[in-house]
Design a protein around this ligand. Sequence first.
Ligand SMILES: [Cu+2]
Length: 119
Amino acid sequence: MIKSFLILVTLLGLTACCGCGGQSKAIAHKSMSGVAAIEQSHPLSCSSAKVSGMTCEACAMTVTENLKKIKGVKDVKVDVPAGQVKIYSIAPSDVSKKSVQSTIEKSGYQFLSLQSRCN
Ligand SMILES: [Cu+2]
């Protein structure tokens, strides 16, 4: 009884961590399917950032939306548990450490590192 109550509190806490409420999940799912829509005929370059502080899909949504404002960035894929953010852009030079770092930090999370490849 006590255990299930704690789990419920944990779930509620995670859902509400950005103050986005219950709708954030549906929105996040929409953006995730967008990754699959990347044009296969014209491969995008992928950069990978390590980010600390993201805890739920609303965090992922915030980071995704803000990174997409960087010129040349076509898509963003966030792995919340891994703290990894994949940034897909037309050219590798579209994604600079400076722009990614300031965007992550303005979004309210901690920027750790940026790699110019995803694997
Ligand atoms: Cu969150």
